[in-house]
Each structure stands twice: as C-alpha cells, then as structure tokens.
Design a protein around this ligand. Structure first.
Ligand code: KG4
Ligand code: ZN
Length: 338
C-alpha cells in the first residue's frame, strides 16, 4: 500500500480551489469563491481569470498549511485541464505546470466533469463509493449529463442537455425573479417554504436521454411578465410558491430522464454530482426513488458537490495509480469531453 500525496488545483469557473489528498483521504480542501460576479448577475470570464490570479498562491499555500505537509512530500500535482472558461483554466494549468517543474514531480491533468463523478470515491462519506457499473447524473452550472460509469476512468455519456444546463435553468429563473447570482441555492431555500403545485410549468418534450431547459426559462419569463402586469407585487407575494413550482418542474424533468436511463441500461445504482446535486428537491426525490424502485442512490457530501479541488485530487489519484501522467506540453482545454 503506497502513500501518495496529491496536491490538486481547480480553477475552471469562478472558484479557486486547492486540496491535498493522502491516497483517497482529503487532508485539506480550500475554496475561495469569487464574490465579484454577484454585481453582474453572472460569471464575467475576464474578472474570473484575474481573481484566480490573485487567489491561486494564497489558496495553494493554505491547502498545504492545513494539510500540514511539506511540498517535498508531494507525489504529483493534479489540475483541471477543462472543460471551463479558458482564461480561468489557464491560471490553474500554468500554476500547476510551474510548480510541478519546480518540484520535479509528475503532473496529472483532470477532466472537471469526470472529477464531479469520481468525487463519490473520496473517503469519509456515508458510503464507500458506488459499485460499477453505475449511472452518474452530473448537474452543474455548465453541464447536465447522464453518464454510464463502467470503471474509474471508463465513462460513456448517454444523454446531455441540448441547450441550457440545469444550473443555468435555476440561475436564470432566479434572475427573472430578481434574485441575486447564483440564484440556484436561493430558489432551493424558498422552494422549501412554498407549494410545488401552485403554478404548473410545462415540461419539455425531448427524445431519449437528452435534456432541454431553455423552454422552461422562457415560459417562466412570460408567466412572470404577464402576472406582474396585472399585479406589480406578484413576485414578492408569491415568491415561495413560484420557487417551489420551478424546482418541482426541474426535479420532475431530471427524475423522468434518470428513470428512463435505469430502464434502458438495467443499472440501478444512481449517483449525482455537480453543484445542483446540493438541491434538496433532487436529493429527496432520489431518496424516495431508492425506496420505491429498489435503487441504490449515492448523494455526495455537499462540499464535494459544488466545485472543489478535492474531487480533482481523487481523480488525479486514480490516474496517477494507472500511470496516466501528463507532460509539460499540456495546455488548457475549454471544451473537453469526458
Ligand atoms: O458544479 P458547480 O459548483 O459549478 C459548475 O461547474 O458549474 O455548479 C454551480 C451551479 C450554479 O448554477 C448554482 O446555482 C447551482 O449549482 N446550485 C444549486 C444549488 N446549489 C448550487 N442549484 C439548485 N439548488 C441548490 N441547492
Ligand atoms: Zn463543476
């Protein structure tokens, strides 16, 4: 049993994160969330890149301090190569490359979406990691995918969104309601106080295992505009019910597709990942499906749902163990398939 220390770096979107892992155990996981984007109602790529440049050194330093290990003990450096915002990815990629060069240790490039899935194998959660094969539903601000996971590094995309990601559906709906960015977590909070059947929104008709969320956003916009014309206080007076109805619709869309995926593949192990998997509605729906249909459901700890470097570290660990190392010629990749 080897002792592998991995330093992991994540900078694909608007969180700068660094983590240190000892094999599959997280020794530290530091996340600096960028507040600057709130004023703009969404992530501004150029500002994200600059904030990563400011944050990366202190965040890596903190991760090493909290793990209480010397840099010289590190076995490798793992970093997010993509997918994500190019300017943001370049900061983490360049930093990881230079540090690996300086310390003369191997580099391991990681796919961010693969990492959201492998986060399930981090030690210290309620379960020991899903057994293969399993279905992974990756729900984030940039992606919405159903993935058949055959092994740690063998994955196949069965379906994905044709337009907006589910996180965007949450955030754009929140924006229509005048909520600050990112609105997903706020919709979740208000939804728990409202009636999910108050306002029915249409479900898109998309064949197979693909998703579509842009129609939902449009129908929410038209609905709100129409109601506000009749009553300017409509949103204020009905905020909880509107949020509950939006969340209910999104959860139904997700559940229908995952049920279809289970039917098509016969695989009853279902794992979720990505920022939206923190949503209380989707977690509750999966828990009840587990009882009702005899599935095995895996819900990661919240800190491993939203963007974090620990998940990059665990993916780096599996790749390192399989000797999948990267050389210094590597560059960031904004569009990067699993
Ligand atoms: O995975 P993530 O942290 O970053 C990306 O890779 O995109 O996901 C961020 C997304 C945002 O859209 C945010 O609004 C959403 O996850 N989110 C939530 C919740 N927590 C985070 N959406 C709904 N309910 C939540 N509790
Ligand atoms: Zn993510």
């Amino acid at each position: 049993n080897k002792t592998i220390y991995i330093l992991a770096i994540e900078s694909s979107c608007d969180d700068t994160s660094a983590a240190v892992l000892l094999n599959k155990k997280v020794l530290s996981n530091v996340v600096a969330t960028q507040k600057i984007h709130q004023e703009y109602g969404g992530v501004v790529p150029e500002l994200a890149s600059r904030a990563h440049q400011q944050n990366i050194v202190p965040v890596v330093h903190q991760a090493l301090m909290r793990a209480n290990i010397d840099k010289k003990l590190l076995s490798a450096i793992a970093f997010t190569r993509g997918p994500g915002l190019l300017g943001s990815l370049l900061v983490g990629t360049s930093f990881a490359k230079s540090l690996a060069l300086g310390l003369q240790i191997p580099l391991v490039e990681v796919n961010h979406m693969q990492a959201h899935i492998l986060a399930h194998f981090i030690d210290g959660q309620d379960y020991r990691g899903p057994s293969f094969p399993f279905l992974a539903l990756t729900l984030s601000g940039g992606h919405t995918q159903i993935v058949l996971v055959k092994d740690y590094l063998k994955m196949e995309i069965l379906g994905e969104t044709l337009d907006d990601a589910v996180g965007e559906a949450f955030d754009k709906s929140a924006k229509i309601l005048g909520l600050p960015y990112p609105g997903g977590p706020l919709i979740d909070i208000y939804a728990q106080l409202g009636n999910p059947k108050a306002f029915p929104f249409p479900k898109p008709r998309v064949a197979g295992l693909n998703f579509s969320f842009s129609g939902l956003k449009t129908s929410i916009l038209y609905f709100v505009q129409k109601e506000v014309k009749a009553n300017p206080n409509f949103v204020l007076e009905n905020r909880n019910d509107i949020c509950a109805s939006i969340q209910h619709t999104i959860v139904r869309i997700l559940m229908d597709k995952i049920k279809e995926a289970v039917k098509q593949t016969g695989v009853k192990h279902v794992a979720i990942g990505g920022g939206v998997s923190a949503n209380s509605g989707i977690r509750a729906a999966l828990k009840s499906a587990e009882k009702k249909y005899g599935w095995h459901v895996y819900l990661p700890k919240l800190e491993y749902c939203t963007d974090n470097a620990a998940m990059i570290g665990i993916t780096g660990y599996f790749k390192f163990m399989q000797n999948q190392l990267t050389d210094q010629n590597i560059s960031a990749k904004a569009r990067y398939k699993i």
